[in-house]
Structures are given as C-alpha cells and as structure tokens.
Design a protein. Structure first.
Length: 503
C-alpha cells in the first residue's frame, strides 16, 4: 500500500481474465481501488470489456516462465484463476507445470500474496479417489502454498451465478426435463455458493495478513442435495414441481453425455462437473470470517442466488459465461489475415452481394447472427452440424450468444468464437467445433454508393493432414446451399430492415 495506507498503490495481477471468474473479478478489484494487470494469451479478447481502458493487459501464458516473470514485475497480489481442464489427457501435467512456473515467478518477483480459487474436496476421501478435475485443483493449491509466498486458497463447490457452467447445467436440466431419470449423485450433499460471495472473498483476500498461508473452505449458508437444488430452481423460476427418479446405472461418463445432450454444457466440461458430484462437498470450516466478516445478508442463500442469476439472464446482463474461456488451441496458429499464408493449404469459399440497404442496417444483421437469430441458411444443416459436434464431445450450437444484439472480441457464438470485430465493418469468427483443421468465417459490410452496401463473406479452412483435405472436399458440394444461402438471406434481411425503417 502507499504510505498513506490507501489501496491506490496496490497492483494485482489477474490470470484467467478471459474466463468466467476472472472476467468478473477485474472490475471488482478496480472498484475496490486496486490497480490491475491482466495476463492473457490473446489480449485482443479483453479489449471490448467495459473495464478494458482501466486495466493493463499484457500478453503471455502461464506455462511460459519469461512472460509470467515479466507480468509479475511490481505486482503485490497475484491471482491464479486458470486451469488446463479440457486441454487433453495430460491436463494434470499442464496444471502442475503452470502452477510451478507461477509459484517460482511470484517468489522471485517479491509478490506479497497469491490468491487461488480451487475446488472444495470431500472429507475423508483419499486424493487418489478424487476426480482428475478435483485432484488437479488440489495439487495446484498445494504447489502454490509451498511457494514461499503467503497464499490464500479459497475452495468452493458449486458456484451459482448467471453464466456459470454449474448454473447452466442446473438451469437447463430443470427447465427442459419435467420428469428426470437421474444418476444417483442427485442425492449427494453440496454446499453451493453465490458468485457474488466468491468475488467478495477473492477481493478481500488481497489484504489478508502476511502470515496467512492456508486453505479456506467457502460456501453459502445451506447444505443441499443436487435434487434439492433442482427442485429449488424450479420453485424460484416458477416451474411446476419436477419429478426426479434416480437410477444407479449412470456412470460419470454416461452422465456427462446425458448432460451434454440436454444442456449447452458439452460433455467435455460436464464430465468433471459430474465426477466432482460423486462425493459430498461440504465446508468443514468457515475460518475466512475471522479475517473477512460476513456483511449483512451474506453469504447469499441458494434461492436468492438463483433469483439474482435469473434476473441477469432475463435482462441480458450476463457479464461473463462459462464459455468465455476459449477452447484450448495454440495461440501461434496463423490467421487468415497473414499476408503470406504460413500454414500451408488454405481453402476459401467467397460470396459477395450488393445490398439495397444502408451499411448500418447490413451491419446490424451481421452482428446479430447466431443464437436465437440463427444463421440465415438451411437451419436443418446447421442443426445437424451442431448435433454431430455434440456427439463427438464438441460444444455444438447450444452456447448461443452472451448478448442478443452486441458482440465483442472473445465472445462465444454457438460453435464459433469472435476472433475479430470492427464495429460497422468486419466480423471474423473462428470455429471451435471438432474439425480436422482450423476454420474461420468472415462477414463484412462496405458502402457501395447510392445508399446501397456491399456484403462480403469468406469461409476459410486450413486442413490438418489427409483427413482435413478429405473433409473439405466432402462438404464443399453443400457450400452453395449453406454459404450461398447465407449470403443471400443476410442481404435480404438487411434490405427489409432498411425498407421498414424508411416506412
């Protein structure tokens, strides 16, 4: 702190700012008077956040010691909010390596405190019997606690907040299935916590006394079964009472596919969530209150947390979502804007149309694609592609949009990610469905004189191996229907908007 005791001189490093918790923590830290630096593999994904102009953003990766060391310069408090879940079978080794890099860099830089959000582990269960997800989070916490830097490991179970993976799973299971045949883990006792309380405690952890180096269990005021939570959600949402029939035969693997089919959460993310529900996860202490007293009305109860989350969903004020974090991929992959294509073959499908509309109206249609608005061509083909992606463990089309009208860099959009957006002109999407290669879809609007505009569309595919080439040639006969129809229908929709505005 500064000599006058203010917080203005305290600098916080936040990793995972493109993710669900990190993206919400940054504005909370800024509001508390801290200076914030974000470490991100793709800084461009943060540029459209409302707080982007107030925080420093540096490029780097938690597995790269040089970039982490540079990001740690002059940092007082370092938040570790990343994990390698979903990056492949070796994600535990990746988590271990990244935590080691972070711990050593923090010690070398003279960081005063590390804060880590981990997972609540069940009492009396040997570490070897934990799910890989929980086991890895426990190991990361242990590495950070042994760093020589005072560390606070906050351990939470299910986080209830608009856009969280746990909340989306609960929400869609309850809303879509009035009668549910469920796995036996619906009877597992859980202590959920509202995302508001998680953020409150993460911010407060920055100013814990220097001699505090330990884990803290954090949770809400109630211990519930998952069945209680589903019934409670239905009650708060005004749904008829749900009939829940547990059966013992659904393994975590089968459960994850079942969740993946019913909810927007893909099986690859649902599996660690369901595996973590095999054992009771209840707080064994509330020692954090000795350092951070609970303010009136906190921690929030389950019903109130759900009510607040639903209000944000209905008012389209979801700040970050579970899908905010990108599907893992090498940040050095070449872009379709490279002057000389650095990655070998690049297949391209180009479409263009002169549109009887203003650029403004054409852009509104472009920026509104996806989610409930659809993709303006052959809905059955898009739906089928989404289902096929889900069947092989991909994200499918169910991620939808964060906002019905506006996009920002880094947003997930069905099975795409907004890689670049130039408002009023260009939207570039990068595919995150399962593909034998890299794919992009570009849409742009330009003036064409006499009050008209020109729509340009490019689909690009960089194949990986022989399978990638075979994939492109197998689907290219359908491009005239899918991509050609998309260009025509976007042009027509924009023209209709201009005519309607003229009337």
């Amino acid at each position: 702190m500064d000599d006058d005791g203010s917080r203005d001189g305290l600098r916080c490093l936040v990793t995972g700012a493109t993710g669900y918790i990190g993206g919400r923590l940054v504005p909370e830290l800024l509001a508390a008077g801290y200076r914030v630096r974000c470490l991100a593999r793709s800084p461009g994904k943060l540029r459209d956040h409302p707080w982007a102009g107030e925080a420093e953003v540096v490029r780097g990766d938690v597995t790269d010691a040089d970039s982490v060391a540079e990001a740690m310069r002059d940092v007082d408090v370092a938040y570790y909010l990343v994990h390698a879940l979903g990056s492949g079978k070796d994600f535990e080794a990746t988590d271990r390596r990244a935590a080691g890099v972070f711990a050593r860099s923090a010690k070398a830089a003279g960081v005063r405190r590390i804060v880590y959000l981990g997972g609540l582990t069940p009492a009396g269960v040997p570490e070897g019997e934990l799910s890989p997800h929980l086991r890895s989070r426990t190991e990361v916490g242990r590495i950070l606690l042994a760093s020589g830097v005072p560390t606070a490991v906050l351990r939470a179970a299910v986080i209830i907040g608009s856009g969280s993976a746990s909340f989306e799973m609960l929400r869609y299971l309850t809303e879509r299935l009035p009668v549910m045949i469920t796995p036996s883990w619906v009877h597992t006792r859980i202590q959920p916590i509202a995302v508001r309380d998680v953020l409150r405690l993460l911010v407060a952890a920055a100013s814990l006394p220097d001699d505090v180096n330990r884990t803290f269990d954090i949770g809400g005021p109630e211990v519930l079964t998952y069945q209680d939570m589903m019934l409670g959600y239905a009650r708060v949402a005004g749904l008829p009472r749900r009939l829940i029939l547990p059966v013992p035969v659904l393994t975590p693997g089968l459960s994850s596919h079942w969740v993946g089919l019913v909810t927007p959460v893909p099986a690859s993310i649902a599996r660690p969530l369901t595996e973590s529900l095999r054992h009771e996860v209840v707080c064994r202490e509330h020692d954090i209150a000795r350092y951070v007293p609970d303010p009136p009305g906190h921690p929030l109860g389950f019903d109130q947390a759900v009510r607040l989350a639903l209000r944000r969903v209905r008012e389209a004020r979801v700040i970050t979502r579970w899908s905010s974090a990108a599907v893992p991929g090498a940040p050095s992959d070449p872009l379709p804007t490279d002057p000389d294509w650095a990655g070998g073959s690049l297949y391209t499908d180009r479409r263009e149309a002169v549109v009887d509309s203003s650029v403004h109206d054409l852009w509104r249609v472009i920026e509104g694609v996806g989610g409930e608005n659809g993709w303006y061509s052959f809905p059955l083909a898009w739906s089928l592609r989404g289902w096929l992606d889900r069947l092989v463990g991909g994200v499918g089309l169910r991620r939808g949009r964060r906002d019905a009208e506006r996009l920002r860099a880094g947003d997930s959009l069905d099975f795409w990610r907004v890689e670049e957006i130039e408002p009023g002109h260009l939207l570039r999407l990068r595919a995150e469905m399962r593909l034998p290669g890299l794919a992009w879809l570009e849409m742009s609007a330009e003036p064409d004189g006499d009050g008209r505009s020109r729509y340009r569309q490019r689909a690009l595919f960089h194949p990986r191996g022989l399978l990638g080439h075979a994939y492109w040639w197998s689907v290219s006969p359908f491009h005239a229907i899918v991509f050609g129809g998309m260009a025509r229908n976007i042009a027509r929709a924009a023209a209709r908007q201009t005519r309607a505005r003229g009337r």
